[in-house]
Design a protein around this ligand. Structure first.
Ligand SMILES: C[S@@+](CC[C@H](N)C(=O)[O-])C[C@H]1O[C@@H](n2cnc3c(N)ncnc32)[C@H](O)[C@@H]1O
Length: 314
């Protein structure tokens, strides 16, 4: 299936594509009447539009499609392991479950791209996507900014590296399997983009919730070392992390600008199905149970642009 998201995220257009035309959309005969099973991937048929998407897979919205055939067709397309995400004419193909721990771009990834859509990166030459997963953010910035010469992807998940080697074609990109906190020590970038793990977790490894937020905290605290003087760090943070992260953002050595904000359902299953984690977020981080539009829990995501405060000496 193909999702074509509007650049302002006002709708998600759902298409059947390739072989789905023969297996789902009844295009199963050629002009001579012979049965066909396959179609090229660039053949698509529009099936439905979902307005104001707040998730890439929003079962509540799909269930609300009134026409029976359209609704069941959309459900069937969502069952497909093959997904193509198109945002603002940048496309990425993904096979679900093939790369454990790597997820196809989610709504926060696309929201991140929306926040950077009108960014001026003409004077920059290097960027890194920290915690890149399937690197949609880097792909988006890289395709929109051909002037970027070096685009580095970094993740701790070996399967993200395998995904990279299976898919990359642009020689400006390279992948580095490493903990960013070590990998970034000896280099500076013009653009640092990071959609990090952003939900604080109780008793994570060394029994403190900062552990789970260690990546964004590292990036803010080490900005002087890892960002070029005129460079920009872009960071996505959840309202669930604000009680912790606000203290790090209120740093006199940085300039912080909130670029964009969106409220989305909290639909991270390893959080929802972990009673201790949920209890912690409800008691300590203001998570509230309020059912509306098919979802009980919500978070606000903010994209920040962070720069070094350069004090010019004469
Ligand atoms: C929320 S996902 C975002 C993935 C991708 N950037 C996107 O927006 O779709 C966070 C990613 O950070 C990676 N990650 C977590 N800690 C890391 C670390 N210390 N160094 C590098 N990558 C890390 C995870 O493996 C995961 O792929």
């Amino acid at each position: 299936m193909l999702h074509k998201f509007a650049p302002d995220l006002s709708h998600d257009a759902i298409y059947a594509q390739g072989n789905e035309l023969a297996t789902v959309m009844a295009h199963d005969k050629d002009e001579e009447g012979n049965r066909i099973y396959t179609h090229s991937k660039d053949k698509t048929i529009h099936v439905a539009d979902l307005a104001n998407p707040v998730l890439v897979t929003d079962r509540h919205k799909i269930n609300n499609i009134t026409d029976y055939i359209t609704r069941e067709t959309v459900h069937t397309l969502f069952d497909s392991p093959f997904i193509t995400i198109d945002y603002d004419d940048v496309q990425m193909d993904f096979e679900k479950f093939k790369y454990p721990g790597v997820w196809s771009p989610s709504i926060d990834t696309l929201f991140f791209c929306r926040a950077l859509k009108n960014g001026n990166f003409k004077d920059y030459s290097s960027m890194i996507e920290v915690g890149s997963g399937p690197w949609f953010i880097a792909k988006y910035i890289g395709e929109k900014n051909p002037n970027l010469e070096k685009i580095v992807l970094n993740d701790i998940n070996k399967n993200a590296e395998i995904y990279f080697h299976d898919h990359y074609t642009d020689p400006r990109f390279s992948f580095h399997l490493w903990d960013a906190k070590q990998y970034m020590e000896a280099q500076k970038f013009d653009i640092i983009a990071c959609n990090p793990p952003y939900i604080p977790r109780p008793r994570s490894i060394d029994d403190n919730p900062y552990e789970w937020l260690s990546l964004p905290i590292y990036l803010i605290q080490n900005i002087d070392k890892i960002l070029s003087d005129n460079g920009k760090l872009f960071l996505n943070l959840s309202s669930l992390s604000f009680p912790i992260m606000d203290a790090f953002l209120e740093n006199p050595d940085i300039i912080v600008k909130k670029l964009d904000s969106i409220e989305v359902p909290l639909k991270v299953f390893n959080v929802l199905n972990n009673p201790e984690w949920m209890d912690y977020l409800i008691k300590e981080k203001w998570l509230k149970k309020e059912l509306h539009d098919g979802h009980e829990y919500r978070q606000t995501l903010n994209i920040y642009e962070i720069q070094k405060k350069i004090i010019k000496t004469q």
